[in-house]
Ligand binder design. Structure first.
Ligand code: GLA
Length: 386
């Protein structure tokens, strides 16, 4: 995004010069659906971002516009809608509502949004909008919140206003991402560690072009099934608070106490948590074979136990497996469509891309989009320094 052009567009619309914030989307290397189970995840911020420009208003209005998304929205700061409107501006409204509850919402603002993160691809376009608009709105007041606090308030906006019971992963990495690193996050304590991604590896994200959607539906069902697992396992292990507290051995020893479906959902979570930890260690040791094995197991577990994959995602992963330069491949994000993440040796990327594009088209008739990225930085203000 060209900052000058964005500034000019803002000025033409609102007659003001904006401050501009840029928040990235993310790709998760491993640790899927573990975040709302208090477990571990290891995402990285990617090169796509959402930009939010902001300037203050003194008339109590919140004006929201984007040249890419439809609609021109105008709200009264003191009479914001109480629940989602079904429009893309819900992510901003959700953030504004949470800020208002905390007395951190400015008395009015103009916001211009420019989104580059593909929508519905599972790359967290929603978290990027939330995080960028939260920081933008906070910048108009004298409210200093830490980035992890901002991540939490954005999650709260999505849980309570938008109605998707998502975990903290996307908002956290959009805030805290670091160039050339993945973020190993403990979603219970929010302790985190940057894990370097070797420079000879690229993140190759293959979009099935099957849109995923998780403001409700299957995503929330999975979460409820995990909660049911905790409720049943608590009868044997009263101290557990979340599936994070259950080891694979404990789960196996009480398999008979759980309905088959709940058991499989729990098995995905407890084994996935262990895989995140193993992957982080392997990446740090340079044991790329182990990284690849964990990613392959993770995909199978999502396909068979958690049942959040789909035909197109499985085809994409099958096409990648065994290819020259591939370290590991799996579906990434909430599931039911969206993208796969492939760790690929830099010298093999072009060949890999070509083979994936034609193989996927041949198998499905769909033209895929493939994005090659390095891990990038989290949210930044870009207006000050361009
Ligand atoms: C979505 C949610 C995240 C996480 C992933 C699955 O991206 O927003 O909180 O649960 O799905 O890992």
């Amino acid at each position: 995004m060209n900052l000058r052009e964005f500034g000019q567009r803002f000025e033409a619309r609102f007659g003001d010069r904006p401050r501009v914030f840029r928040a990235p989307g993310r790709v998760n290397l491993i640790g899927e659906h573990t975040d709302y189970n208090d477990g571990f995840v290891m995402p990285a911020a990617v090169g796509f971002s959402t930009h939010v420009g902001i300037s203050p208003r003194s008339d109590g209005k919140l004006l929201v516009h984007s040249d890419e998304f439809p609609g021109n929205f105008e709200f009264e700061v003191h009479r914001l809608p109480e629940r989602r409107t079904g429009e893309w501006c819900d992510y901003i409204l959700g953030v504004a509502s949470v800020l208002r509850e905390r007395d951190c919402l400015p008395s009015g603002a103009n916001l211009l949004v420019h989104g580059e993160v593909p929508i519905g691809a599972g790359l967290s376009s929603s978290a990027a909008i939330e995080v960028a608009s939260a920081l933008a709105l906070l910048s108009l007041g004298n409210n200093q919140l830490s980035l992890p606090e901002i991540a939490k308030l954005c999650r709260c906006a999505e849980n309570e206003f938008v109605g998707a019971r998502v975990g903290i992963m996307d908002q956290f990495v959009s805030c805290m991402g670091k160039a050339e690193h993945a973020v190993l996050l403990d979603c219970r304590s929010l302790e985190f560690k940057f894990v370097p991604i070797p420079p000879r590896i690229r993140l190759v994200v293959c979009n099935t072009m099957v849109k995923h959607e998780h403001s409700g539906g299957e995503y929330n069902d999975r979460r409820a099934q995990c909660e049911e697992g905790v409720r049943l396992l608590k009868q044997r292990f009263p101290s557990i608070k979340a599936l994070r507290d259950v080891s694979p051995a404990q789960l196996e020893s009480h398999r008979g106490d759980l309905p088959e479906l709940i058991y499989r959902r729990c098995r995905h979570i407890v084994t996935e948590n262990a895989r995140v930890v193993r992957t982080a260690e392997a990446l740090q040791k340079g044991d790329l074979r182990a990284v690849g094995e964990c990613m392959a197991e993770s995909h199978m577990s999502m396909r068979d136990d958690y049942e959040i994959s789909c035909r197109e995602l499985d085809i994409m992963v099958d096409l990648a497996n065994g290819r020259e330069g591939l370290i590991g491949a799996r579906m990434t994000g909430g599931g039911f469509g969206g993208c796969t993440i492939n760790l690929v040796r830099i010298d093999a990327v072009e060949q890999f891309k070509t083979a994936m594009l034609s193989g996927y088209h041949h198998a499905t008739g769909i033209s895929s989009d493939i994005y090659v990225s390095n891990a990038g930085a989290g949210i930044t203000e870009i207006s000050a320094n361009g």
